[in-house]
Design a protein around this ligand. Structure first.
Ligand code: F6P
Length: 321
């Protein structure tokens, strides 16, 4: 049971809805009469002692904003035991008794080490546009990123159609194909290339050529960044098909923007759960969603297991292409 203070941190790649989650953690803790500290700039800030006490107003005017007001970073020093010791001491000296971490699998792994090595109570929330955290079918920010990508695909269709081109769209996702698969289906792509599924380049080019010969105006290919180099693929596809081909790498535009209603709502629900859980003495869990309901996952399971791509999505993408 926590009596005095908790801290909240965002870490790794930012994702839309992190603000909504942190806001919910802060407001819930204050509602429960517990002090809250914000750690600025992820584990880097934790090591630099860049920590400040937050109040209700610190998190106003935030729910609609992408990014993270706390800042975020990737830290190599935190990967060492000495680094983690330094971070733990910075929390201890302020009387911080537990930490809520909002981030992807790397950030949650950092939290699992703080828990193992120093016994610090940790609750994680999955915050990443990649939707690649094991045990939850939802991660904060993935819905907003997917909507941003689909909007871009809609626009690319206009110009692809005007020029009778093939357009290859590279999307983020790190090693996961969830973003590509979901947006490829929702964007009506002809082909979706993801790291989890092998593809036959010659067959794809042959089919594309045949389709154009039958009068097809244009094609969209969505490629996950972890599947292959989209620019290189564009050259090969252009050469093999003889069809004018362009590549559009969407990049960090996918990470920004005002969170969707889904991301605001789910992040708020998860933030409240995380604060209540850690205050009541729960540790080593990650809160996520399964079939629309909030679930808790063991932190160590979440960081050691690898989430797989839903084969139903792969099947659907083939039927609809
Ligand atoms: O994990 C989120 C993510 O946006 C990945 O999709 C991408 O591979 C990576 O972060 C990019 O990281 P950075 O912003 O450090 O270049």
């Amino acid at each position: 049971m926590i009596k005095k203070a908790i801290a909240v941190m965002t870490s790794g790649g930012d994702s839309p809805g992190m603000n909504a989650a942190a806001r919910a953690v802060v407001r819930t803790a204050l509602h429960e009469g517990v002090d809250v500290y914000g750690i600025n700039n992820g584990y880097k800030g934790l090591l630099k002692d860049d920590i400040e006490q937050l109040n209700g107003r610190s998190v106003s005017d935030l729910i609609q904003r992408g990014g993270t007001f706390l800042g975020t970073a990737r830290s190599s020093e935190f990967k060492t035991k000495e680094g983690r010791q330094k971070g733990y001491e910075n929390l201890k000296k302020r009387g911080i008794e537990g930490l809520v971490i909002i981030g992807g699998d790397g950030s949650l792994t950092g939290g699992s080490l703080l828990s193992k090595e120093f016994g610090l109570p940790i609750v994680g929330l999955p915050g990443t546009i990649d939707n690649d955290v094991w045990g939850t079918d939802y991660t904060i920010g993935a819905d907003t990123a997917a909507n941003t990508i689909v909007e871009a695909i809609n626009k690319l269709r206009d110009t692809a159609s005007a020029h009778r081109r093939i357009i290859i769209v590279e999307v983020m996702g790190h090693k996961s194909g969830w973003l590509a698969m979901t947006t490829g289906i929702a964007g009506g792509a002809e082909y979706i290339l993801v790291p989890e599924v092998k593809y036959d380049l010659d067959e794809m080019c042959h089919e594309l050529r045949e389709a154009y010969d039958r009068g097809k105006r244009y094609s969209i290919i969505v490629v996950a960044e972890g599947a292959c180099d989209a620019v290189g693929l564009g050259k090969v596809v252009g050469e093999k098909t003889g069809i004018d081909t362009r590549v559009s790498v969407l990049g960090h535009i996918q990470r920004g923007g005002s969170p969707t209603v889904e991301d605001r709502m789910k992040a708020s629900m998860l933030g409240e759960k995380a604060a209540l859980a850690i205050i009541s003495g729960v540790t080593n869990v990650v809160f996520g969603f399964d079939a629309g309901k909030v679930v808790s996952i063991n932190l160590f399971d979440a960081v050691t297991n690898k989430k797989t791509l839903d084969p139903e999505l792969v099947r659907l993408s083939r039927v609809l292409a």
